[in-house]
Design a protein around this ligand. Sequence first.
Ligand SMILES: C[S@@+](CC[C@H](N)C(=O)[O-])C[C@H]1O[C@@H](n2cnc3c(N)ncnc32)[C@H](O)[C@@H]1O
Ligand code: SF4
Length: 453
Amino acid sequence: MFVDPNTLAEFNQPAPRYTSYPTAPEWGPLLPLTYAEKLEAHTDEPLSLYFHIPFCKTMCLYCACSVVLNRKPENESRYVDYLMREIDLVAAHLGSSRRAVQIHFGGGTPTKLSIPLFEKLFTKIASTFEIDFSKEVAIEIDPRTVLEESGAKLHMLKRLGFNRVSFGVQDTDPKVQEAIKRRQSVEMTRECYSLARDLGFNGVNIDLIYGLPHQTQESFRKTVSDILQLRPDRIAMFSYAKVPWLKKHQKAIREETLPTTETKFQIYAEARKAFIEGGYIAIGMDHFALEEDEIVTCLRDKTLGRNFQGYTAKLSKDMLGFGVTAIGSIQDTYVQNIKGLTDYYSAIDRGELPIHLGKVSTPDDLLRKWVIHTLMCTFELDKELFHSTFGTSFDTYFAPLAEKLEALESRGLIHQTSSRIVASELGELFIRLVAMPFDAYIRPEIDQFSRSV
Ligand SMILES: C[S@@+](CC[C@H](N)C(=O)[O-])C[C@H]1O[C@@H](n2cnc3c(N)ncnc32)[C@H](O)[C@@H]1O
Ligand code: SF4
């Protein structure tokens, strides 16, 4: 797809990724008591659980995740002890309704934990929650951490009942890897992938990032071809989120080594085409999946979910987050745990739920969240469905946006009819921009989001 440079420059503006609405910068202090009340009001609905393990051995320069650099096993063992105490605190408020249909371990690097430590934590989770192992038990894996002792950690994950694994790869070119300080040979990635297949993991994902230093269309073609040869069930191809005001280490990536906006877009467009031609179905803006993957069924029957991990099968309404910085959402409320380890530990020592930020959604927030989420997941809005869901006319409620929507239409991002708003092919690639007019909190004067290309 060709987009002329001026249009691209115009589209390349800061835009939220809408993994939540209202977005995280709009959240404010939230009392542990508020969270406790939400947990106590929880019915027998099944839950999603997210466990954040922040540790990494080294820092990849592009990383925007919540990471704690650590080489001392005792720090990890201390963390797991506190995490287990947090599980007890939350469970005490939940009462007996503790069915879990979706478990996700993220980080940082969960597989940095030793096997005994990981097993200890997982045993605690499995004895506290009633896990449905026929649903999703997933983990993010850094391939550099699981090949020791003939892949003993992967064997452990299989034994514990994990069924989805996601490998961080980002780019297979040694020159790019050198510049991002993440050395991971293609052979290592292949070995890891093959072992996961041999062990029978049926949901394997690979993460890539475009827009990294020294990437060119040609170099990324090789990365795409390396990954297509493996044929994972899913591929997540993220745009490099450059947020140096939040992640200071990103400043070590020299500006002049980054691809231009045009090259970055072309890298994305070409890779997207290659994945689609290679038999993958595009899911939202940055995920691709093989036809057999359940996420494709979700796309088709419009049950695709979007949470802090990106696009997922939506298996439950509520998600509880455990561990430092972890985010959850319960009923109408987002909740985020304390960000620093020391404060996180102190709260748990006081017997408090270790949360500090959150947002109780207003009725207007919930309605806009539905609109934004629907656009991000299905690329269209059905005004009748909006009417039947909220009992109010879409055109009346969003009358003040008419001009902005017309502007999106004249820029070729959407088509409007009396009953629908549908993103064009171009609009699908820039769906963040299509969603933005519906965001009541956008403050263009504050540069707080990564750019849309
Ligand atoms: C927690 S990491 C995955 C597990 C493991 N730590 C690893 O790196 O292999 C989650 C994913 O976030 C993505 N990611 C991290 N920082 C990013 C950034 N600045 N922009 C886009 N994607 C990013 C990477 O694709 C990475 O694989
Ligand atoms: S990308 Fe993964 S391994 Fe690298 S610093 Fe971030 S969380 Fe750690």
